[in-house]
Design a protein around this ligand. Structure first.
Ligand code: ATP
Ligand code: MG
Length: 266
């Protein structure tokens, strides 16, 4: 279908131990991300959400090996691309926001310098023009006094502010076709979490982004996402529109997740 931006097809993978033995962790994972939609990937800890996302970007652990399947993006299998081709896609076409934003930033450069540097790498231009873009991006994610904040180092940012800065980098500086967010609000307090989610949805709508949101928070999914992929123990157990998943879950595991999140009775 032409409105599918990325599809994960029969993707299986395993970890290779030092003695060469394989421990399978992903089993025939299948789902598609539709252009312009926000798709949630939910499932309990260890279900394979992050590994799937990292594999899309080609940054999976070195000991993880694909045993079958493919990940198609614009007609190409990302799992077969070489380092150069992947670098051209990473950041520019597909970018990712990680759970711990401060850890993902470089502590020795200011936040403004980091955003500006990424802008220059991807779009060129002068240092001053790139810094202006960085400050503008911080402003657009509602960081107060963006000129002053741009001169600060990551450790001077609060957790919520650092997450906003990472979203600014991934969504506004990189301007990707696909934005992947792996638990972008975990560890932040609840009010900040919902503000960050609103920001993601707003950017998604205004910038025409396709987004894949990995989360534990089904409340967030019900409010913000178009489609849902439910994973359990390395398998996709159910996919559907958010409405269908919340009103008529088909799989027992999905019902259990919903009940655990107190959104519906068990
Ligand atoms: N570097 C690694 N070496 C060995 N096993 C790993 C490694 N990383 C992940 N795993 C295993 O792969 C499986 C899937 O892990 P993954 O990180 O994708 O889970 P997840 O769904 O993202 O969980 P969480 O919600 O806790 O982030 C788990 O069983 C995990 O223990
Ligand atoms: Mg994870």
């Amino acid at each position: 279908m032409s409105d599918v931006l990325l599809s994960v097809e029969n993707f299986s993978g395993a970890f290779r131990a030092a003695d060469g033995r394989l421990t399978p962790v992903l089993h025939d994972v299948n789902f598609a991300l539709r252009t312009g939609a926000i798709t949630a990937v939910v499932g309990e800890t260890g279900s394979g959400k992050s590994l799937t996302a990292l594999s899309i970007l080609g940054i999976q652990p070195a000991t993880f090996v694909r045993t079958s399947g493919r990940i198609l993006f614009e007609g190409r299998d990302l799992l077969t691309l070489g380092a150069t081709a992947l670098r051209a896609i990473r950041g520019r076409r597909i970018s990712m926001v990680f759970q711990d934003a401060r850890a993902a930033m470089n502590p020795v450069f200011t936040v403004g310098q980091q955003l500006a540097e990424v802008f220059r790498l991807q779009h060129g231009g002068s240092r001053d023009a790139a810094m202006a873009k960085a400050i503008d991006a911080l402003r657009r994610v509602s960081i107060p006094e963006p000129e002053r904040r741009a001169r600060q180092y990551p450790h001077e940012f609060s957790g919520g502010m650092a997450q906003r800065a990472m979203i600014a980098m991934a969504a506004l500086i990189c301007r990707p076709t696909l934005l992947i967010l792996d638990e972008p609000t975990t560890g932040l307090d609840v009010t900040i979490q919902s503000e960050i989610m609103e920001l993601i949805v707003e950017l998604g709508r205004s910038a025409g982004l396709t987004a894949c949101l990995i989360t534990h928070d089904l409340g967030v999914v019900a409010e913000t996402c178009d489609a849902v992929v439910v994973m359990n123990a390395g398998r996709v157990v159910e996919t559907g529109t958010a409405e269908a998943i919340f009103t008529a879950p088909q799989h027992a595991y999905t019902r259990k997740l919903l009940a655990a999140s107190l959104l519906v009775p068990a």
